[in-house]
Design a protein around this ligand. Structure first.
Ligand code: SF4
Length: 364
C-alpha cells in the first residue's frame, strides 16, 4: 500500500537507530526529513489545520518511547467477557482513516503518527513477563493503537518481532491489520508462533467508512498467502454495522472467506458491534459527515457508549455465529467488549474467564 506522509521528524538520539535508518532510506527523496530536539510539541494537534487529527496522521515522528511498551488491552474491563489480550505499543496512530476509529478520541491530543525507535526494548519487558509466569501462554498484539503492518515496508519492524517471538515458546504474537502489506512476513520464518489477523468488513462498509485500507478481498487474499507461508490466521468482524442488507452482505463476506481459507485453518474469529463514546461519536460525525454507517439505530449502554440497538446487533452476532458453526470445523469465537449476557445469547454458554479465553486463543 502507498500511504502519504508530508514530513518525517526524527528526534535527537534516534537518527542512527536501525528503525530510523530504514525509514529514511525508504523515504529517499520523496519526503522531507527534519531532525528535532524534542518530539512532544509536534505530536500535538496542529491548531491551524482544518482537520488536526487527519493532519497528524500525515506527520511521522520517530522518537524514543519513555513509558512501558506492554499493557493490558484498553478494551478490557470487568464489565465485559474479555479475551485477556496484552498490547505492545510500538507505534501510535495509523495512516488509514476509518470513520468509526476510536483513535480519533483516544489520540485527539497526540494525533501525530509516532513510531518508537527503541521498540526492541519491549523484548526485555516480554522476557520479564515470561519469567514471572513460566507456565502461562500469552497472546500479545501490536495492533491496538496502530495498525500492525501499515508502513511495515518502511519500518521493517515485523522482521525483528517475528525473530524474537519465534524463539519464545510461551508467547504468541498477533499482528492485526487492514492492509495487505505482507512482504516482510514472507521473508521470515514464524515457526508457528505468529498469528496475523485481519479486520474484515463488507464492501459497503469498506467503501463508506474505511479510507485508505485494502479492500476486503485483498485482505482475504493476503491471509491466504501468509497462511501458506506458515503463519496462523484469524479474523475480526469488528465493528459489525447494522445497515440495510447487512446480514446478506456479511454472510457473503464469510462465504468468500471460507472459499479462500479452509475453516480448519482459522485460529479464531472475534465479533464486536459498532460502539462509540459520546466524544467519539461527535468527532466521527464531524469528520465524516456523509457516512451513513455512523447514523444507525443506537442506544446508550450502561458503559456510557452508544451501541447498535441490541436486537439489531444480536441478530448480526447470531447470524455470523451460526454461519461459522455450520462451516464444518469448530472455530473458536469470542465477542469483543460485550457483556456476558450477550455472549450467552449468541453462543448459548457462559463465557469462560478472560485468562482461559486468552490462553485458548493463544495456543489454538
Ligand atoms: S485501520 Fe484500524 S487503527 Fe487504522 S484508522 Fe482504521 S480502525 Fe483506526
Amino acid at each position: 500500500m502507498n500511504f502519504e506522509i508530508d514530513s518525517i521528524f526524527v528526534e535527537r538520539g534516534c537518527a542512527d537507530t536501525p528503525l530510523a535508518t530504514r525509514v529514511i532510506r525508504a523515504a529517499a527523496t520523496r519526503v522531507p526529513i527534519v531532525h528535532i530536539d524534542d518530539a512532544r510539541e509536534l505530536a500535538k494537534p496542529d491548531p491551524n489545520a482544518r482537520d488536526p487529527f487527519g493532519a497528524g496522521k500525515r506527520r511521522m515522528i520517530i522518537a524514543r518511547r519513555k513509558t512501558p511498551f506492554l499493557m493490558a488491552c484498553p478494551a478490557g474491563s470487568s464489565r465485559f467477557a474479555c479475551c485477556g489480550y496484552l498490547v505492545l505499543t510500538l507505534a501510535s496512530n495509523c495512516p488509514m482513516d476509518c470513520s468509526y476509529c476510536f483513535l480519533q478520541e483516544y489520540l485527539a491530543d497526540n494525533p501525530a503518527f509516532q513510531v518508537y525507535a527503541n521498540f526492541t526494548d519491549s523484548f526485555d519487558e516480554l522476557d520479564r513477563l515470561i519469567r514471572s509466569a513460566p507456565d502461562k501462554h500469552f497472546r500479545v498484539g501490536t495492533g491496538e493503537l496502530a495498525d500492525s503492518l501499515a508502513f511495515d515496508s518502511m519500518t521493517g519492524m515485523s522482521r525483528d518481532l517475528i525473530e524474537f517471538f519465534s524463539t519464545r515458546e510461551n508467547l504468541t504474537l498477533e499482528f492485526k491489520t487492514k492492509t495487505d502489506e505482507i512482504e516482510n512476513l514472507l521473508a521470515t520464518d514464524p515457526r508457528g508462533r505468529v498469528l496475523v489477523s485481519w479486520s474484515l468488513s463488507t464492501d459497503a462498509v469498506f467503501r463508506s467508512s474505511e479510507h485508505r485500507t485494502a479492500p476486503p478481498s485483498a485482505r482475504i487474499k493476503a491471509a491466504r498467502v501468509v497462511l501458506d507461508a506458515g503463519y496462523r490466521v484469524a479474523f475480526h468482524f469488528d465493528p459489525l454495522i447494522a445497515y440495510e442488507n447487512a446480514q446478506r452482505d456479511y454472510v457473503e463476506l464469510i462465504d468468500e472467506l471460507l472459499d479462500t481459507i479452509s475453516p480448519k485453518n482459522i485460529s479464531f474469529i472475534s465479533m464486536g458491534g459498532l460502539r462509540m463514546t459520546p466524544g467519539l461519536r461527535t468527532v466521527a460525525r464531524r469528520r465524516f459527515a456523509n457516512d451513513p454507517m455512523l447514523c444507525g439505530e443506537e442506544v446508550m449502554a450502561p458503559d456510557g457508549r452508544y451501541r447498535t440497538f441490541t436486537p439489531l446487533r444480536l441478530k448480526l452476532f447470531s447470524t455470523l455465529a451460526e454461519r461459522f458453526r455450520n462451516c464444518g470445523a469448530e472455530i473458536p469465537a469470542y465477542l469483543c467488549m460485550e457483556p456476558a449476557a450477550i455472549h450467552e445469547r449468541v453462543f448459548g454458554t457462559v463465557p469462560p474467564r478472560p485468562a482461559t479465553i486468552g490462553e485458548r486463543l493463544a495456543s489454538s
